[in-house]
Design a protein around this ligand. Structure first.
Ligand SMILES: [Zn+2]
Ligand SMILES: [Zn+2]
Length: 111
């Protein structure tokens, strides 16, 4: 197995893992309670939908699903795509030290 296949299998496993739980029928009944609970902790729950308002790491100010500091298992996937700052140990696309003008904006809440 080469590196690219390994990364693809990791990404696929993550996608399956996050996609499976987020579409339960009752999920839309109490969205405000759910988000309030996750925001209080500062980290999104693992089953949150990637790219959604809830998918946010308050501690590191990046999407939780892309937060390599909370989820070190994501690092190989970023390295494989060349999106990695070895000097600062974060994805280049999230490196505020190399890109001071970078602004990672939290997605707005869906109604
Ligand atoms: Zn984080
Ligand atoms: Zn950097």
């Amino acid at each position: 197995m080469n590196v690219r296949q390994l990364v693809l299998s990791i990404v696929a496993a993550l996608a399956l893992g996050t996609g499976a739980c987020s579409k339960e029928p009752g999920a839309s009944a109490k969205p405000e309670q759910q988000s309030a609970a996750s925001e209080a902790k500062g980290h999104a729950p693992k089953e949150v939908k990637p790219g959604s308002h809830e998918d946010w790491c308050d501690e590191h100010q990046v999407p939780e699903s892309q937060c390599t500091r909370c989820s070190p298992e994501l690092v190989p996937a970023f390295k494989a795509t060349g999106d990695w700052c070895a000097e600062h140990g974060v994805p280049e696309s999230q490196c505020l030290k190399c890109n001071p003008n970078l602004k990672i904006v939290r997605p707005t809440k869906e109604s």
